[in-house]
Ligand binder design. Structure first.
Ligand SMILES: C[S@@+](CC[C@H](N)C(=O)[O-])C[C@H]1O[C@@H](n2cnc3c(N)ncnc32)[C@H](O)[C@@H]1O
Length: 200
């Protein structure tokens, strides 16, 4: 497994573009329809917290989670007022449930592909029935499979989430960081009401 704390302690964080993911704004402006306003949103792999701050700016109540303590310190240092919520931990062990939504950006592609089923199970556990999993998924990073980031195709992503979520809408986002143009997939899933199998 990748030593994320080591990356953060050396500030070796080339994925950090210094701002929130452009597809997040595309989603908020074009597809959200006010869903995130007041919504409790889990942001796994939040890093320095750009997306968390963007979600808070849109009226959501996000909780940024990262497995690196240093990442959480960096995220908190961006907002000394402490208004934004950042917590140390792993999505895989996250116990708190009842979230209205989960925002995915560069966590799914960062973890070992063997852990994707664990990611999907955790998402199914934390998001409440009727809630949303909204994500921008990195499909084909330019590294010949030597990730992270690890690419994924749409069918594989759907296969992982489909025990707990239904795909509502998706597209290749029009807004993207320059190196990711045409390489991402913006997808909105809805948590199924009846799905509890495999969730502890
Ligand atoms: C590629 S970075 C992306 C950070 C941020 N989303 C961004 O785009 O700037 C992946 C992040 O996920 C975190 N991470 C990896 N595995 C995790 C897990 N199981 N639970 C929570 N965070 C995790 C890492 O520490 C790292 O900060």
């Amino acid at each position: 497994m990748r030593d994320w704390e080591d990356h953060w302690s050396r500030r070796d964080t080339p994925w950090d573009k210094g701002e929130a993911a452009p597809p997040l704004f595309e989603y908020l402006e074009e597809w959200d329809d006010g869903f995130m306003r007041g919504a409790r949103v889990l942001v796994p792999g939040c890093g320095s917290g750009h997306d968390v701050r963007a979600l808070a700016g849109a009226g959501a109540k996000p909780v940024g989670v990262d497995v690196s303590e240093t990442a959480i310190e960096v995220a908190r240092a961006h907002d000394p007022s402490g208004d934004e919520e950042f917590r140390h931990g792993s999505l895989f062990d996250w116990e708190e449930t009842g979230y209205d939504a989960l925002w995915e950006h560069t966590c799914f592609c960062a973890i070992d592909p063997a852990d994707r089923a664990n990611y999907a199970r955790a998402a199914g556990r934390v998001v409440k029935p009727g809630g949303r999993l909204v994500g921008v998924f990195y499909l084909n990073p330019d590294n010949d499979g030597d990730g992270p980031p690890f690419g994924a195709d749409r069918a594989e992503i759907c296969r992982h989430f489909e025990p707990w979520f239904s795909l509502v809408r998706s597209r290749v986002p029009e807004r993207a960081f320059p190196s990711r143009v045409g390489r991402e997939w913006l997808a909105v899933f809805q948590r199924k009401a009846e799905a509890t199998a495999g969730l502890r």
